[in-house]
Design a protein around this ligand. Structure first.
Ligand code: HEC
Length: 401
């Protein structure tokens, strides 16, 4: 088995290692080296002005002005990025529109189900993600045509020099104007320090696939993957279930929503024992009591700036979506919930604080109880604030003094 694997690697190595590959007789390009950035810019200008298209320049670092000298057109990569970015935008918007607008409607403070501003962050992120990933992918696969391990430039003296301190230019034999001796003379007249021929590699000529696509190699990759998974599975199993530890996960217990045989009704989750009172949550003594009794409840909070500000904050958060910012019943829920009556009516004006507190605590018909969300003191603060709203909208002359 091991011998077989070693043989596959050997085979890949001997047959197809691009760096070991012999050169063919076919000229791939004529290359020239220069010593300074000025010289290479000049050479690139000359080559592009002479009408060559199939050439490229290699420099140890980016040389300013090279794009112009080579007469490079702006890359078309941006169009791909744009199209794929747009796909990301539309995917995100479509997804959010379907999920929030159609499939799973949720009323949140009276906002529309599908809302553009709140969709912006996800849309932005998905746009960036699609653009980024696909730009890199398209660049590698389509524009750079990678993986190409047998590029004839790879094991040339030319490449060694240009990855150190020389500036190189080469014209490929596929150029329509290609003429070896003419190019050699041109490079020499430009003052090149070394003009050389680059030969194609035999691997390219034979059209052998890149070694990473060799079936043997792929088999090994899959083998390593499956092997790692199997070993991990058994090792973890042994660690979790066989090692002499008391793992807390392994013990009799009932998880939320699970059935249980211990109780006659089969439910695992139980109600609190009747009469249980959680700390800080005294039960409401007036639940279900008639209004005549409830109205006697007095507001325990003093009327001062602090109370009113708390009341305003809580009212704006919990009540205003339905009752409107000024209690006029102008709901912001655009029909998602029945509109409530105004809190400025004679009826509510004549109610005692106790009556209003009672409704916040118990709810009334379709309006639910807010006892769980709003603490007792804050409910009384809201009552003070509603009183302030009522007074502000029914101001008398005496209020101006
Ligand atoms: C989800 C919407 C909604 C919210 C939020 C809401 N209410 Fe109501 N409220 C209603 C509706 C609808 C009614 C009318 C119920 C009925 O038909 O009796 C109502 C009735 C009332 C009444 C009685 C009015 C009357 O004339 O009978 C009071 C007082 C009141 N709400 C106060 C509040 C306060 C204070 C808050 C904030 C803690 C609040 N409501 C939050 C929808 C809401």
């Amino acid at each position: 088995m091991i011998k077989k694997i070693v043989n596959i690697f050997k085979k890949v190595n001997e047959d197809q290692n691009p760096w070991k590959d012999e050169k063919s007789d076919k000229v791939y390009a004529v290359a020239a080296l220069f010593n300074t950035p000025d010289e290479i810019i000049h050479a690139a200008e000359k080559v592009s002005n002479s009408g060559y298209n199939d050439f490229d320049v290699n420099t140890p670092y980016p040389v300013h002005g090279m794009d112009d000298a080579m007469k490079l057109k702006p890359t078309r990569l941006g169009w791909f990025s744009f199209a794929l970015g747009l796909t990301g935008t539309l995917t995100a918007l479509g997804m959010i529109f379907y999920m929030n607008g159609i499939d799973y409607n949720n009323i949140i403070g009276g906002k529309p189900f599908f809302n553009f501003p709140s969709s912006v962050p996800v849309t932005f992120a998905l746009t960036i993600l699609f653009t980024g990933l696909t730009t890199v992918g398209v660049l590698i696969a389509l524009f750079s045509k990678l993986p190409w391990l047998n590029n004839p430039l790879l094991d040339s003296e030319y490449s060694k020099a240009t990855s150190q301190d020389k500036f190189g230019i080469y014209i490929k034999s596929t150029d329509s104007k290609f003429n070896q001796s003419e190019i050699e003379t041109m490079f020499s007249s430009l003052g090149s320090s070394a003009v050389s021929l680059i030969y194609d590699s035999k691997v390219n000529e034979k059209k052998i696939k890149t070694p990473i696509f060799e079936t043997g190699f792929i088999k090994i990759l899959i083998g390593v993957g499956v092997g790692t998974a199997v070993i991990t599975y058994f090792t973890l199993n042994w660690v979790i279930f066989q090692m002499p530890f008391d793992w807390m996960v392994i013990q009799p217990k009932v998880l939320p929503q699970e059935k249980s045989k211990i109780f006659a009704d089969g439910f695992g989750m139980r109600e609190p024992v009747p009469g249980t009172v959680a700390r800080g949550f005294m039960p409401y003594e007036y639940k279900g009591m008639p209004d005549s009794l409830v109205k006697l409840l007095a507001n325990p909070l003093p009327v001062n700036e602090k109370t009113l500000l708390t009341g305003q904050k809580r009212y704006d958060t919990y009540c205003s979506p339905c009752h409107g910012n000024y209690g006029k019943g102008d709901s912001r829920l655009r029909g998602q919930f029945p509109n409530p009556p105004t809190l400025m009516s004679e009826k509510v004006l004549n109610w005692t604080d106790g009556n209003i507190y009672h409704i916040i605590t118990n709810g009334q018909n379709v309006m639910a109880s807010y006892a769980k969300q709003i603490s007792r003191d804050d409910r009384w603060a809201i009552v003070h604030y509603i009183r302030a709203l009522q007074r502000s909208q029914n101001a008398k002359d005496s209020d101006l003094n």
